[in-house]
Design a protein around this ligand. Structure first.
Ligand SMILES: C[S@@+](CC[C@H](N)C(=O)[O-])C[C@H]1O[C@@H](n2cnc3c(N)ncnc32)[C@H](O)[C@@H]1O
Length: 209
């Protein structure tokens, strides 16, 4: 898995482009969010760099060292600073930070760790903080059959559903939770008609959650 991502990111071109994910960008802008932002599975840094340009303290992590190199290169070009660590979420320094916004953008963790990772990410978010998620739906597999170039994991256990997201993040008030067919246009690997799950949640203001 890690090797696949490292070899993808070792290319000169940015696999998903250098522009931020559109849903992520629109959500940050619409809700005037600010502060510390956490970007799990951030790849080549397009969303972290956008957030840093908006004034966020950006904290990113991924398993790919090549992703980190590309992200830091993009940050340098755009003259911003981002914090980016490589490794397992539970070993990272960034877990010392309390987070105003976390954004899971096509962050498809393996089924054996997904709930543990989601719980930890939810725990790091401050009360009244936001979670933004866009990822491929389980129903995206039908579109992959029609168009083998449609991006995303091929294993249904890595994919999302509205019900699963609702269960994964019980301590968030739902601002938006939907399945949507969209035309992705993000670099070379997200270019086709796709079915995604979109979630915006606001963490409830209850202590110890
Ligand atoms: C489709 S890419 C999305 C990258 C980025 N979020 C974006 O939207 O441009 C998925 C990313 O998940 C990362 N990833 C996969 N498993 C991971 C894990 N266990 N921990 C952290 N990152 C992981 C990969 O290295 C890859 O960068």
């Amino acid at each position: 898995m890690k090797e696949m991502w490292n070899s993808r990111y070792a290319e000169e071109e940015y696999a998903y482009g250098t522009a931020p994910n559109q849903f992520f960008q629109e959500t940050l802008d619409k809700y005037n969010l600010e502060g510390n932002i956490l970007l799990p599975a951030e790849g080549e840094g397009r969303n972290a760099v956008y957030a840093a340009k908006k004034g966020f303290n950006a904290f990113a992590f991924d398993i790919s060292v090549e992703g980190k190199k590309k992200a830091l290169k993009l940050a340098k070009k755009e003259e911003v600073i981002i914090n980016y660590e490589v490794g397992d979420l539970f070993d990272l320094q960034l877990t010392n930070e309390k987070i105003d916004v976390a954004a899971l953008i096509f962050a498809h963790f393996p089924p054996n760790i997904i709930t543990k990772y989601h719980n930890k990410i939810a725990e790091l978010i401050k009360p009244n903080g936001y979670l933004i998620l866009e990822g491929f739906s389980k129903n995206h597999l039908e579109l992959q059959k029609e168009n083998p170039n449609a991006g995303g994991p091929k294993n249904i256990d890595f994919l999302f559903s509205v019900d699963a997201i609702k269960k994964e993040f019980p301590n968030f008030d739902i601002i938006l939770l939907e399945e949507k067919e969209v035309e992705l246009n993000e670099g070379k690997f997200h270019t086709a008609k796709s079915k995604v799950i979109r979630f915006i949640g606001k963490k409830t203001n209850t202590p110890n959650q």
